[in-house]
Design a protein around this ligand. Structure first.
Ligand SMILES: Cc1cc2nc3c(=O)[nH]c(=O)nc-3n(C[C@H](O)[C@H](O)[C@H](O)COP(=O)(O)OP(=O)(O)OC[C@H]3O[C@@H](n4cnc5c(N)ncnc54)[C@H](O)[C@@H]3O)c2cc1C
Length: 542
């Protein structure tokens, strides 16, 4: 079995783990990150996309709100390419308790969140689709975040300090010796190959899966999984983040992200962070709540629904209302807590507070390792290595029209060209179309991969020299993943689109009869596509 050694082993490639990796590497530690999927494979890639001003928590959770505004100010400076300064509105509609507005304004002022009241008329001038019956409106410094770009920037910057990140590798065991964690056993989820890593310190940044990692090291940690469902609408109907001015509840925030607007979320406890279906009532509630903010909301086309799981840490089991669990983060030293040395857990918190969480984690690590190394992440500006620079479709269209984006157009919705795809494929040793989606946005537009997926598969087949069966597998895996987010919103235009996609993939290409390369224990064998649940179109009444 192969072996590696490092000073700091970080488990989890969400924004927390990426932040910890960068901070550790910048402080001069030899650092290695292990992630079982792609970067942002967990909650960090399935969240709402809001750079919190802290306003959402101001009334009920002042500590969490304070952390958010402090980090909001820092992140705008250190990762401007991953943040869009949309600003935020807290709107009091006829459906919100009128007395909340004064408590909100006072709490924001006490915490230090810049807040300004504007007239409903001014709010409607800025956002004409808002409910014309608004009673009061407050402006706060919310923003919108590009998570894949942010995580990639953190890892790329960590690599400049010598760090390493191994993706599609899963931690399957933690080694302990005489009450000390000494490393971990890793499995490559694509090849099944195992690898032993020896480490001086292991940081558990596995989010909602943190309890499982703790258990491997003999430490029992209660991280509750709070599922939240969101719906992306195929239209950027607001340019400002819009929050309801009331106690946090379902579907009370609408975030403009790139070319779409995302409404969310629900909050439901789930026993398994890997298994959480999107329920019909959740989607329905998002639409009803959206309609309260924007009266024409239901008329817009929905693009996709998805859910993520909040890592909600509690020393004891949470009660039924997960919204009452603090959004403050928890940093656990397992020596003082469980008698297990060289092992710390960082969990909870928000995307917005990842940097602060990483800083405090590394402060603890330094103290445990008996070394003093100052944190510099609050003042180090990170740069994107890609072409995204806070992606908007307009930027790509402009480049296309000026002839700067050359080659065949492969994804018409997101304006992705063949040379872009070929360049990314050449940089990767994996054949995963989802990686291209995260990187280039292939397949993320209204047709959800209907027209581009078979083209991308063909390019992958040709450029990577893989077998037809492997290419088929990449195609099927991608379509099945897309299908999960389409299935809950099948009505109107999207239903028509999916019937067309079904015709292309099942009728024309015979997707369900394609021979594919099997994975897992059956690797190397050729089998048939597992189509159960796939393209089983059952329209949801609108
Ligand atoms: C619905 C929803 C909406 C949200 N909206 C916002 C928002 O708008 N703004 C905001 O600031 N915050 C928001 N949050 C909170 C925020 O998304 C999370 O706090 C944050 O993303 C957690 O990041 P993380 O890195 O700790 O966890 P994750 O991103 O989940 O990362 C943990 C990683 O560990 C990996 N992992 C697990 N087990 C193993 C293993 N055995 N081996 C290797 N890797 C492993 C997982 O694959 C995963 O990638 C939202 C959360 C939810 C659920």
């Amino acid at each position: 079995m192969k072996k590696k050694s490092t000073e700091i082993l970080v488990i989890g490639g969400g924004v927390t783990g990426c932040g910890v990796l960068f901070d550790a590497a910048q402080r001069g530690f030899k650092s290695l990150l292990i992630e079982r999927g792609a970067l942002s494979n967990g909650t960090s890639g399935r969240f709402h996309g809001l750079l919190h001003s802290g306003g959402r928590y101001a009334v009920k959770d002042a500590d969490a709100a304070r952390e958010c505004i402090e980090e909001n100010i820092i992140l705008r400076k250190i990762m401007p390419e991953a943040i869009e300064d949309t600003g935020g509105l807290f709107v009091s509609t006829p459906f919100d308790p009128p007395e909340f507005a004064d408590s909100f304004y006072t709490a924001c002022q006490e915490i230090g969140i810049p807040v300004e009241e504007i007239s409903p008329a001014e709010a409607l001038r800025r956002e004409p689709l808002l409910n014309p019956q608004l009673r009061r409106v407050f402006v706060v410094p919310d923003g919108s975040v590009e998570t894949w770009e942010a995580c990639q920037m953190l890892v790329d910057s960590a690599k400049e300090y010598g760090a390493e990140a191994l993706l599609y590798r899963k931690v399957i065991d933690i080694f302990t010796n005489n009450g000390k964690v000494t490393g971990a056993l890793i499995k490559n989820v694509i090849t099944d190959e195992e690898l032993t890593i020896e480490a001086d310190m292991v940081v558990n940044a596995a989010g909602a899966w943190g309890g499982r990692i703790g258990h491997m090291a003999g430490c029992e940690i209660t991280v509750n999984s709070g599922k939240g469902t969101m719906v992306a609408m195929n239209y950027r109907m607001v340019n400002t983040v819009v929050n309801r001015c009331g106690p946090p509840s379902d579907g009370d925030i609408l975030v403009p992200v790139g070319s779409v607007a995302v409404i969310g979320t629900t909050s439901v406890g789930v026993p398994d962070p890997d298994d959480y279906p999107i329920e019909d009532w959740e989607v329905e509630r998002m639409f009803n709540k959206g309609e309260e903010m924007i009266p024409s909301f239901k008329k817009f086309r929905a693009l996709r629904a998805w859910a993520g799981v909040r890592p909600l840490y509690q020393e004891k089991e949470a009660g039924a209302d997960l919204r009452k669990v603090t959004r403050k983060y928890a940093l656990l030293d397992h020596l003082t807590r469980d008698g297990v040395d060289n092992f710390v857990t960082i969990t909870g918190g928000k995307w917005t507070t990842y940097r602060m969480m990483a800083e405090h984690t590394l402060d603890m690590v330094c103290q445990k390792l008996g070394t003093e190394r100052p944190c510099k992440t609050a003042t180090t500006v990170l740069h994107s290595h890609g072409d995204k620079n806070h992606f908007t479709l307009g930027q790509r269209l402009e480049k296309l029209e000026k002839g700067e984006l050359k080659g065949q157009l492969i994804c018409e919705c997101e304006l992705v060209t063949r040379p872009q795809i070929e360049e990314r494929l050449a940089q990767s040793d994996r054949n995963i179309i989802n990686d291209l989606r995260r990187d280039l946005r292939v397949g993320m537009g209204p047709c959800q991969g209907g027209f581009c997926t078979y083209r991308v598969t063909g390019i992958m087949h040709e450029n990577k020299g893989i077998s037809a069966q492997e290419a088929n597998k990449a195609l099927v895996d991608f379509l099945q993943e897309r299908w999960k987010g389409i299935q809950p919103i099948l009505w109107g235009q999207h239903l028509r689109q999916m019937q067309l996609d079904e015709g292309i993939y099942l009728g024309l290409l015979g997707l369900d009869k394609l021979p594919i390369e099997l994975s897992g224990a059956d690797r190397g064998r050729i089998g048939e596509v597992e189509t159960e649940g796939y393209f089983e179109i059952e329209a949801v009444p609108n």
